[in-house]
Design a protein around this ligand. Structure first.
Ligand SMILES: NC(=O)c1ccc[n+]([C@@H]2O[C@H](COP(=O)([O-])OP(=O)(O)OC[C@H]3O[C@@H](n4cnc5c(N)ncnc54)[C@H](O)[C@@H]3O)[C@@H](O)[C@H]2O)c1
Length: 262
């Protein structure tokens, strides 16, 4: 059990990557505190983990609201006595061409995907500093932090911000024994990507050398590594969990010809 007795907060725990991370952390002995804007969704996940013999609790939280985030962390401490790991995972996307991207959607995505990560990590780090024995911060960015993926300007900018936020946290929190790392998934099979038309899905798979979308468990396993003692000397790093996407060019599969426009 790699996380025996640790208390882990996971945002966006109702679905996808957050839900899988919660299941895996609980199976590895962690007490998991799930936060999500979907109150029913996190309740269901927490109940399932408890029914399987794990320890879990759920709370409705909007990660873009500082008061709600502080209340989330305060409740975790009241319930479990401490907080050892924060997985700032909640995220949303809005797809629109740059020229037509509505400012309201830009603000909405930045609020959740960047300010939300800042607020959750800050509240968690303040608690960890108070405890005085270190901690782990893991934020979920995206390979879009490194590539100008079309029609996602707000999302991409927020994720690039998460990478830099993570580096700054790593530098400032090192003196307290707290590590801060990010994960950059490529295409993972969750609600966020399931609505893509088949043709768009295939186009994305063509860019992944391992030739498939990732599973939420692929990301959860990376989060487990970063939360575990195996990663004790790693901080400020962004770990791509992308089937080789960033390692290759846009058309990295040798069995598929580049389109004429390239
Ligand atoms: N799925 C992918 O291909 C992919 C790729 C790269 C990065 N990511 C990132 O991984 C993270 C998880 O994504 P996912 O694919 O599991 O998506 P998902 O839509 O399946 O789950 C996201 C969760 O976040 C919650 N959430 C949304 N807004 C919130 C808010 N304001 N406060 C609290 N919770 C909120 C949702 O209710 C949901 O449970 C996101 O940060 C996303 O950007 C996903």
């Amino acid at each position: 059990m790699r996380l025996q007795g640790r208390v882990a907060a996971i945002t966006g725990g109702a679905l996808g990557i957050g839900r899988e991370t919660a299941r895996l952390f609980a199976a590895e002995g962690a007490v998991v505190a799930l936060g999500d804007i979907q109150a029913d969704g996190v309740e269901t996940v927490a109940r399932a983990i408890s029914a399987g013999g794990g320890r879990a609790s759920a709370m409705a939280v909007d990660v873009g609201d500082a008061a709600q985030v502080n209340a989330f962390v305060e409740r975790i401490v009241a319930e479990f006595g401490r907080l050892d790991i924060m997985v700032a995972n909640a995220g949303i996307a809005h797809s629109a061409p740059f020229l037509d991207h509505p400012e309201a959607q830009w603000q909405r995505v930045l609020r959740v995907n960047l300010t939300g990560v800042f607020l959750c990590c800050q509240a968690a780090a303040r608690q960890m500093v108070k405890q005085g024995d270190g901690g782990r911060i893991i934020s979920v960015a995206s390979i879009n932090a490194f590539r100008g993926v079309e029609n996602l300007v707000g999302y991409n900018a927020a994720k690039a911000g998460v990478v830099e936020l993570t580096k700054t946290m790593a530098v400032e929190l090192a003196a307290h024994g707290i590590t801060a790392n990010a994960i950059a998934p490529a295409q993972i099979d969750t609600r966020l990507t399931r609505t893509l038309p088949e043709e768009a899905r295939q186009r994305r798979v063509d860019r992944i050398p391992l030739g498939r979308f990732g599973e939420p468990e692929d990301v959860a396993r990376a989060a487990l590594f970063l939360a575990s003692d195996d990663a004790r000397y790693i901080t400020g790093h962004t770990l791509a969990v992308d089937g080789g996407y960033l390692a290759g060019g846009l058309w990295s599969r040798p069995d598929r010809p580049a389109p004429p426009s390239l």
